[in-house]
Design a protein around this ligand. Structure first.
Ligand code: C2G
Length: 129
């Protein structure tokens, strides 16, 4: 079984997130999604509208997502790849190159981001309604 792993905040889940997750899942047989906790988001300088528990619930409802785990810190990726027996690490290409250190442990693949949509854009557009 080819196991895929990806990370993200996935706040206000939108088409860009779903297309990333569907493409990631299609590259293997099992997709684990590490979702940034509210505490880690604060470290990333992000504040989610949706709590970690609710982001987890929403992602687990997607047929392309097999498992959701917490992302608590930047440094957990190598441990996660080993612990969850990951074959392929996938991220959107806004992260191109940033996680190449994982190539010592698994395949690393960056997928094209979906243009024209982001959680930040959604929040800004909603302010203008
Ligand atoms: N994404 C995408 N297209 C968009 C928006 C996001 O393909 N229009 C992808 C991103 O490239 C990322 C994933 O969806 O792979 C999740 O995006 P975010 O929730 O914004 O995640 P981020 O804040 O980038 O956190 O340790 C890694 C971090 O946790 C990544």
């Amino acid at each position: 079984m080819k196991k895929v792993l990806t990370y993200g905040t996935f706040d206000l889940l939108h088409k860009g997130h779903v297309l990333l997750l569907q493409r990631a899942r299609a590259l293997g047989d099992h997709l684990t999604v590490a979702v940034s906790t509210d505490q880690f988001n604060a470290l990333k300088g992000k504040k989610s509208y949706t709590s970690w528990e609710d982001r987890k619930l929403i992602l687990e409802a997607l047929s392309c997502v097999d498992e959701v785990i917490p992302e608590n810190e930047w440094e957990q990726k190598i441990k996660d790849v080993k612990e969850y027996d990951i074959d392929l690490f996938v991220m959107g290409d806004d992260w191109e190159g940033k996680f190449d250190f994982l190539k010592d442990y698994c395949q690393v693949y960056y997928l094209p981001r979906t243009a024209g949509i982001s959680t930040t854009k959604i929040k800004q557009d909603l302010k203008e309604i």
